[in-house]
Ligand binder design. Structure first.
Ligand code: COA
Length: 178
């Protein structure tokens, strides 16, 4: 697969080629209690095997997904991820998911990345009209990020996620493509 690279800022870019060389970064950054607490599908502890499973899932592309690695310009190290997953057959509606390694929080990286991923999603999925974000109610940082990216708050989904034996309420946000 060829890699598409998209510039984001002087510090970071995104691309769509995840390789075995990225597994140490996945393990390094995803072994993080805050990332675990705020996401639905990332295992904890995050092992090399989890990284390998994720890599094969991305490679087999069974799910209709656009996934991007966030990388440092200086070293090409992967420091985060952001992806769109199509929720229905004709790619009309997608859900966005994202995480960033803790040392890089608060540098406006994710808001810039999400803006770019929405732009790419619109080009690649011609029918795309709606991008949803589901955010755990306590995750103020993530709410602020999507609000900054012009997602609108649509409501509270009660007990939407089941994780660790707990039913968790989430806020639903959506970005509408006119
Ligand atoms: C949420 C996350 C992606 C934010 O990434 P980031 O690059 O630090 O976000 P940005 O720097 O682009 O921040 C954008 C805005 O959100 C605010 N913000 C970011 N994190 C915040 C926090 N923890 N609390 C309050 N505000 C926060 C910033 O101050 C900024 O607002 P401003 O421009 O008005 O000052 C990152 O903290 C993360 O990966 N968290 C763990 C995983 C996660 O929550 N994923 C999302 C699941 S829905």
């Amino acid at each position: 697969m060829t890699s598409n690279r998209y510039e984001i800022s002087n510090e970071i870019y995104i691309d769509n080629l995840l390789t075995e060389n990225d597994i140490p970064s996945l393990v390094k950054y995803l072994n993080n209690p805050t990332i675990y607490a705020n996401t639905s599908h990332i295992p904890q502890p995050y092992t090399i095997k989890d990284g390998e499973n994720f890599l094969s899932a991305i490679k087999s592309n069974l799910e209709p997904t656009l996934f991007f690695n966030i990388r440092l310009n200086e070293t090409d190290e992967m420091i985060g991820g952001c992806g769109l997953q199509s929720l229905i057959k004709n790619d009309r509606i997608a859900e966005i998911g994202y995480w960033l390694g803790e040392p890089y929080w608060g540098r406006v990286f994710m808001s810039k990345v999400i803006g770019k991923v929405i732009e790419i999603g619109q080009i690649q999925w011609k029918n795309l009209v709606r991008i949803e974000a589901q955010i755990f109610t306590w995750n103020n940082g993530s709410r602020r990020v999507v609000e900054k990216c012009h997602f609108a708050y649509e409501g509270l989904l009660r007990k939407r996620v089941h994780k660790n034996g707990q039913d968790i309420d989430v806020y639903l946000y959506a970005y509408i493509i006119e």
